[in-house]
Design a protein around this ligand. Sequence first.
Ligand code: HEC
Ligand code: HEC
Length: 220
Amino acid sequence: MKKKLQVLSISLALTSAASILHAEGNIHAGKQKSTSCANCHGEDGNSMVATFPKLAQQHSSYLERQLHAFKDGSRNDPMMSAMAQALTDEDIADISAYYATQKISENTLPVLEPADEDEKPADNKTIQTIIAQGSDLYRNGDLTSEVSACIACHGPFGEGNKPASFPALKSQHADYLIKTLTDFKSGSRSNNPENIMHMIAKKMTDEEIKAVSIRISMMK
Ligand code: HEC
Ligand code: HEC
């Protein structure tokens, strides 16, 4: 119950902040302004490179928050910090509105490196076992290590929560998810509200991060 209330009060705080700050962006202008982003994120926000996040279908309030964070330096990435410097508040609202209207593309099932005859991995897991492990963590969390269930905030289909500005995760590249969860874990991505994602990721093993990321990348 206490956890539920906590989540609720965080969502309410984010909702009211978002509605005060939020002026609707212009989708058409956003498309024009996003040409400089297309090299890395794809014209419709579906990037081809797996470490460049897809932006298509993401909640505009979340995209805006990240762009402001890159701009003011509270989220660090050498490529994005430079890109965000050049954007005005209006550009950020327009571009975010544009990507939110695009449809995210599906991923294909990742192929695990075939185990080398001499050095078979100790666990020798199949992709199905990994996905099942990731699915269990996503839905139920882990009671022993106290990892919260992702479903509570990111939704049963990885659709996120628009009013609360919790990001959608479904069909995101697994490589980007692994990278960003590892950054939350180490604290190098530290602009998340109330430090929620750091508190969760620091309790996860690298194996759990990989499993849940692969699972999420296959959600449609
Ligand atoms: C040179 C490549 C490059 C260009 C150009 C670029 N980005 Fe990025 N972008 C990245 C990378 C890499 C990341 C992931 C950073 C990280 O790992 O934290 C990212 C992350 C983001 C995120 C955060 C997504 C999330 O899910 O948290 C947003 C939003 C974003 N970029 C928007 C833009 C916009 C808008 C533009 C154009 C004005 C742009 N990017 C141009 C490489 C690029
Ligand atoms: C209490 C709510 C809550 C729970 C539970 C939660 N998250 Fe999050 N998550 C958030 C919020 C809020 C953000 C946005 C952080 C920010 O603004 O930087 C986020 C961001 C993320 C991101 C970054 C998305 C992007 O595009 O960069 C990933 C990945 C993620 N969460 C994965 C997970 C996983 C996996 C779990 C379960 C093990 C989980 N989350 C559980 C609230 C939650």
